[in-house]
Design a protein around this ligand. Structure first.
Ligand code: GDP
Length: 364
């Protein structure tokens, strides 16, 4: 599955947000109930109203949403990369995520101490980015040293790694994150293997005050501008409100949201933004037993999409029977869609589309 790491300075609302995410009614109502894998790791259902629609039409007994994993990564403070260095556990946690949700304090509250004694989310973002860049520089140096012997012997892989590490080093020494490096298609895999922290895509999460959840404030606007300039994404959320919402049942939630002038819970927007940031999309498998959503990267071909369900589906892939979501709904289900000629047989080269309802045929 796909993993988002929650980072940020102390006291910005990371734990509040993590608790809200993992205790939300949506997470609990889902058929795999929310599970704590480790104290700081939680799985969350990806909200998708299309799935409910499909289940209704097919009269599916079970509805199983697709999941996203969130990891609460505490331990980033100014100067963290100096002295003791960033903890190994911390670095391992952050290397393993596909993207970073960076929580920024955008709320004013004299009762909650800010580590810098002032609210300035744009500077806070720079502080954290600087620590991550310093951590990358340190690991690049170590890795370059580790490569010396292999490079001397002319090892091709080592030479490629060295070249990429040096490119990243030059960019970082210039005060820019490693994601600023232009990487050729043939280097993409080796580049990803370097697992540099500042190559991860970023979603800035503006944690605003309770009465600012609908429209944000000047701080969140400044963050949105910064995010745009970086090609990053941003969302406005009030972690405190989300925590309250997460304790309500579905009906109460709706009332509470409309009182606040919100159309949907901020967490739903956050999860969706993560989905977009990672270029993810959803396909469905639908039958009387269950309606289920599956996550793939955009551009995934049918055999690899089948492989998300089971490795054997990919290995023995024959073809995919495909109905577009709109056809499935407009025609009223699989039978009528088939009769109307809207069920297509697609082969190995088929690029799965967001919302496809699929059956896979495979050799066992
Ligand atoms: P962490 O250190 O980043 O994990 O921060 P916490 O989630 O523990 O939050 C630090 C403090 O800020 C707690 O007392 C929270 O209740 C408070 N807090 C979090 N979000 C908000 C918010 O939106 N408004 C206000 N006023 N306080 C908040």
């Amino acid at each position: 599955g796909f993993r988002m790491g929650i980072v940020g300075l102390p006291n910005v609302g990371k734990s509040t947000l993590f608790n809200a995410l993992t205790r939300t009614a949506a997470a609990q109502a889902a058929n795999f109930p929310f599970c704590t894998i480790e104290p700081n790791v939680g799985e969350v259902a990806v909200p998708d109203s299309r799935l409910d629609r499909l289940a209704e039409i097919a009269k599916s007994k079970e509805i199983i949403p697709t999941r996203m994993t969130f990891v609460d990564i505490a331990g980033l403070v100014k100067g963290a990369s100096k002295g003791e260095g960033l903890g190994n556990q911390f670095l391992a946690n952050i290397r393993e995520v596909d993207a970073i949700a960076h929580v920024l304090r955008c709320f004013e509250d004299g009762d909650v101490t800010h580590v810098e004694g002032r609210v300035n989310p744009v500077e806070d973002a720079e502080t954290i980015e600087t620590e991550l860049m310093l951590a990358d520089l340190e690991s690049i140096e170590k890795r370059l040293q580790g490569l010396v012997r292999k490079v001397k012997s002319g090892d091709k892989e080592a030479l490629q790694q060295e070249r990429l590490l040096k490119e990243a080093q030059a960019v970082l020494e210039n005060g820019k994150p490693a994601r600023a490096v232009d990487v050729d298609a043939e280097d993409a895999k080796a580049w990803k293997m370097l697992q540099l922290l500042t190559t991860k895509p970023i979603l800035y999460v503006c944690n605003v005050g309770e009465d600012e959840a609908a429209n944000g404030n000047a701080h969140s606007e400044a963050v949105a501008k910064m995010a745009e300039a970086q090609g990053a994404a941003s969302v406005v959320i009030s972690a405190r409100i989300e925590e309250e919402i997460s304790q309500l049942d579905a009906e109460e939630q709706e009332m509470f949201l409309s009182e606040l002038g919100l159309e949907e819970a901020g967490l739903d927007r956050l999860i969706r933004a993560g989905y977009e940031l990672l270029h993810l999309e959803t396909y469905f498998t639908v039958g009387p037993k269950e309606a289920r959503a599956w996550t793939i990267r955009k551009g995934t071909l049918a055999p690899q999409a089948a492989g998300v369900i089971h490795g054997d589906f990919e290995k023995g892939f024959i073809r995919a029977e495909t109905i577009a979501f709109d056809d499935y709904v407009a025609l009223g289900g699989e039978g009528p869609a088939k009769e109307a000629g809207k069920m297509r047989a697609e082969g190995k080269a088929y690029e799965v589309k967001d919302g496809d309802v699929l059956h896979f045929l495979f050799n066992a």
